[in-house]
Ligand binder design. Structure first.
Ligand code: ATP
Ligand code: MG
Length: 419
């Protein structure tokens, strides 16, 4: 029955994956806090216009990837395809523009109707940061440094490359645009249909095309660097000097453009060679015109978003927690087990209660759940106010009074972490 399958492009996050996701989010959250970013969340759906105009009518996202629907009241809504527009909407609707600079961290699900493949889903999850209200290049530098710190803390710092480009200010962009239209028009017949359409509306997008033919033509296109005005060039130089000072390595990629329309100046991506065509794990840049475009005051901004699934695939699997298995053997054991489990949890131990089956079966479960110790509750020992404590690393077991249990479990836990 079709209804019993997850919808194409969606996945269940089972415990092993959930541990990976959690590691990514918690690592990012802790690092963001070090830089003074505060966590916030916006709704998963918004009025469609929150995304349509800022992201850009002719981007892939707005043209073909949004989940847009009418609710029962006839409102046209869209499941968020990314979170920058939502954060900016929230900043305007909550009147936060007075209190800039604002530094936000978020994590949560995003939705795009894309062709599912490795590292590309229709519901996926992102962590991200936005720094709003700072026009200085220090903001770009810190936002990139934060991204780099998270990747390093996840243990993948040396498996990703930072790629950097500038999209200049709107004036530079306009003159570059002209040069691009001239170049691509001359070779229009070699471009894919999609890119022929982009040519008129948004020629920069052609660089983002995944079509081989487009990439071949784009390789020899004019470089943005030659069209930057002095202010834009100066801004980019300052970003680069700052990164150099922090010892952050990067490679200039003049063809790096971002998927959304609202970027200016700095554009960057952290890319891995390990995930094929879905190698971008984190992407971001400066979006100075966005807040104003959305109806707020003219505030600059810079930020990034990273794909949790892609990061989760790269990190070492976080170990599952190692509990204590509580195994009642006789009738008395069954009656005291629930209460003893609660008491031990109260002392801070992770307790897995064996509900049924014979001793062998319950011990097999203890091994399967990676327990470091088992407490066997036999009727005879319980009559003496005691239980059997089994070290599951080496099978050794001793009789321990119930009063001593917490201290003995603690000693065992410490010992197993030490060796
Ligand atoms: P791509 O070029 O891979 O389509 P993008 O430019 O559309 O990426 P952004 O909008 O910049 O991606 O989103 C930031 C990050 O979110 C990406 O670098 C990627 O890690 C992740 N991401 C984007 N789309 C998806 C998706 N459909 N499935 C999983 N992760 C995604
Ligand atoms: Mg995309």
């Amino acid at each position: 029955m079709r209804a019993l399958q997850a919808v194409r492009g969606t996945q269940d996050v089972l415990p092993e994956a959930a541990r990976r996701h959690r590691r990514v989010v918690e690592t990012a959250r802790a690092a963001a806090e070090l830089y003074g970013f505060a966590e916030m969340a916006t709704p998963i759906f918004e009025f469609t216009e929150v995304f349509a105009r800022p992201i850009g009518e002719h981007t892939d996202i707005v043209a073909k990837e949004m989940y847009t629907f009418n609710d029962r009241g006839g409102e046209e809504l869209t499941l968020r395809p990314e979170n920058t527009a939502g954060v900016v909407r929230a900043l305007i609707s909550n009147g936060l523009a007075q209190s800039v600079p604002l530094k936000f961290f978020y994590s949560g699900p995003m939705f795009r109707y894309e062709r599912p493949q490795k590292g590309r889903f229709r519901q996926f999850h992102q962590i991200g940061v936005e720094l709003i209200g700072v026009a200085q290049p220090q903001a770009d530098i810190e936002v990139i440094a934060l991204g780099g710190r998270i990747l390093a803390a996840l243990g993948i710092g040396d498996r990703v490359e930072l790629q950097l480009n500038t999209l200049g200010d709107p004036a530079s962009r306009a003159s570059y645009r002209e040069a691009l239209v001239a170049y691509f028009s001359a070779r229009a017949s070699e471009l894919s249909e999609d890119s022929q359409r982009r040519l008129e509306r948004n020629p920069l997008r052609i660089f983002d095309s995944k079509e081989k033919t487009d990439q071949r033509v784009a390789r020899y296109a004019p470089a943005f660097a030659d069209y930057l005005n002095p202010e834009s060039r100066r801004f980019f130089d300052l970003v680069r000097i700052g990164l150099d000072r922090l010892g952050i390595n990067y490679r200039l990629n003049p063809q790096l453009v971002r998927g959304l329309d609202y970027y200016t100046h700095t554009a960057f991506e952290f890319v891995t060679a390990e995930l094929g065509a879905q190698g971008t794990v984190m992407g971001g840049g400066r979006y100075d015109g966005l807040v104003e475009l959305m109806g707020g005051p003219a505030l600059p901004g810079v930020g990034w978003a990273a794909g949790i699934e892609r990061l989760a695939m790269l990190i070492a699997p976080p170990p599952p927690p190692s509990p204590v298995a509580l195994v009642p053997i006789g009738e008395v054991g069954e009656t005291v087990a629930l209460k003893l489990a609660e008491d031990l949890r109260g002392s801070g131990f992770t307790i897995d209660l064996g509900y049924s089956g014979n001793l062998a079966r319950r011990l097999r479960r203890a091994n399967r759940i990676n327990a470091f110790a088992a407490i066997l509750l036999g009727d005879d020992e319980l009559a003496r106010g005691a239980a059997t404590l089994r070290n599951l690393a080496n099978g050794e077991q001793t009789e321990v009074t119930l009063a001593e249990l917490p201290a003995r479990l603690k000693a065992l836990a410490d010992e197993q972490i030490l060796f």
